[in-house]
Design a protein around this ligand. Structure first.
Ligand SMILES: Cc1cc2nc3c(=O)[nH]c(=O)nc-3n(C[C@H](O)[C@H](O)[C@H](O)COP(=O)(O)OP(=O)(O)OC[C@H]3O[C@@H](n4cnc5c(N)ncnc54)[C@H](O)[C@@H]3O)c2cc1C
Length: 416
């Protein structure tokens, strides 16, 4: 079934009786060429690109819960390509280019909205750092504009400019950044993968790995053993727990990250803004709610809910930047488990076990990475070689000391 304007009109006129489920609900087979663990954005995108771009077949995605129940349906939907370091920026630029064509590619409305991201600066030193990062972005084919205070005021006149403890001096504007409806990304990839023959198996928890003579032969699940030529692990916040079952210890901690949405308001925020003097960022959803978040909770956890001190901290940052926020009612808050790597950058690599591959360590930023992470992990699974934009995302960088230490990232963002 293809989506089109014509199809929408036809269904509207015929009582919407022609829509069919977007993916099948197959029973697991005894063996696949590729088994992807985790039906989040990354796992589904990996299966999609394996089938579509790399001509692979006999692929299964195993999801312990339901499609979209993990971080892919919990994040604050921001996409961007505004990193400083060489190991990162080409990868995120590749990802943003894939986002720009994604809806046509998988024929699904994911509400990709390039409404712009503005990182505010509050000191001269921050402006220097923003200028440097903007130059690095432009050198890597991304876009960046340094705004002065008047430039920011034109876009966001209601911010706390002069009367604040940290006056706004300007900002780094990345116009191609924006937001994407997150759960539609999971559904679009799931549908696109299913059309290409991928078995998406929900309620199928991987409980162990079967290995022999250093080779992974498949996975144990609550629905029996499933054999595999190659196994790719893409389970985000559960990375430590799942890889432990294969005897692999990761340089990753799991933490809760909370996010919040306010009651619906008339359009007020045209783009995404990030505070430079505290950890607070905000955009407005198409339903009108202000969607915002901040720092991780300060302790390791596998719970998908957080605690009040971070609620207070985030809201405090928000009100100091946008005083009018104090009159808005909070509608909901939620949490997701984040796979925080030690340098704040991800890993897409083979493991020491033959046939077992890993994708994780995405920290605060794995949603925007979804298309490129899927593509690069599929590339690695199919060719056994890293994709050219993901060559830095290897396990051995921690051993060799080649960290990709992007500012404000990792399990201890204050130390980076
Ligand atoms: C509150 C919040 C806000 C965020 N905001 C942003 C943002 O604005 N921009 C951005 O770029 N990133 C953001 N992120 C990060 C981003 O959401 C994640 O990095 C990314 O979604 C992780 O990849 P995923 O989609 O594959 O993860 P998930 O959707 O979590 O997928 C992993 C899946 O693995 C499954 N699984 C786990 N264990 C097993 C098992 N044993 N067997 C089978 N399946 C298993 C889980 O059930 C889950 O569905 C945010 C995260 C949170 C929590």
């Amino acid at each position: 079934m293809r989506f089109s304007g014509f199809r929408v009109i036809k269904e509207a006129l015929s009582g919407h009786k022609g829509w069919t489920p977007h993916w099948r609900d197959p029973e697991p087979k005894s063996h696949y060429d590729f088994v992807i663990i985790g039906g989040g954005g990354h796992g589904l995108a990996t299966a999609y690109y394996l089938a579509k771009e790399f001509g692979a077949s006999k692929i299964a995605v195993l999801e312990k819960g339901w499609i979209g129940g993990g971080n892919v349906g919990r994040n604050t939907t921001i996409i961007r390509s505004n990193y400083l370091l060489d190991g990162n920026e080409p990868f995120y630029e590749f990802s943003l280019k894939l986002w720009e064509n994604l809806e046509q590619d998988f024929n699904y409305n994911a509400m990709v909205s390039q409404r712009g991201i503005l990182n505010l600066v509050h000191t001269d030193a921050q402006r220097d750092a923003a200028r440097r990062r903007g130059n690095a972005m432009i050198l890597n084919g991304s876009d960046a504009e340094l705004l002065d205070q008047d430039g920011v005021r034109k876009l966001y006149p209601f911010l706390n400019f002069d009367n604040a403890r940290f006056p706004i001096k300007g900002g780094l504007l990345h116009r191609r950044g924006g937001t994407v409806r997150h759960d539609a990304v999971a559904w679009g990839y799931a549908r696109g993968a299913d059309i290409r023959g991928v078995d998406i198996i929900q309620n199928c928890e991987v409980t162990g790995f079967r290995t022999e003579n250093g080779k992974c032969l498949g996975v144990e699940t609550n629905r029996g053993f499933i054999g595999a030529g190659k196994v790719g692990v893409s389970v985000a916040g559960s990375s430590g727990r799942v890889m432990e079952k294969a005897g692999v210890r990761l340089p990753i901690e799991s933490h809760v990250l909370q996010a919040f949405v306010s009651e619906g308001l008339k359009p007020v925020l045209p783009g995404v803004i990030t505070y430079g003097a505290g950890h607070f960022y905000c955009s407005q959803s198409d339903k009108g709610g202000l969607v915002f978040g901040g720092d991780i909770d300060g302790y390791n956890s596998y719970a998908q809910r957080g605690n009040l001190p971070v609620v207070e901290d985030v809201v405090e940052g928000g009100v100091s930047l946008i005083p009018a926020l104090g009159r808005v009612r909070l509608l909901r808050g939620w949490g997701g488990i984040m796979d925080m790597s030690m340098d704040g950058s991800p890993i897409i690599d083979k493991t020491d076990i033959d046939g077992l591959y890993f994708n994780g360590g995405w920290c605060y930023g794995g949603f925007k990475a979804t298309p490129a992470a899927g593509w690069c992990f599929a590339h690695l699974l199919k060719t056994d070689q890293p994709h050219e934009t993901a060559t830095a995302y290897r396990f051995d960088r921690f051993r060799r000391g080649y960290m990709i230490d992007e500012k404000g990232q990792g399990a201890q963002p204050n130390l980076h």
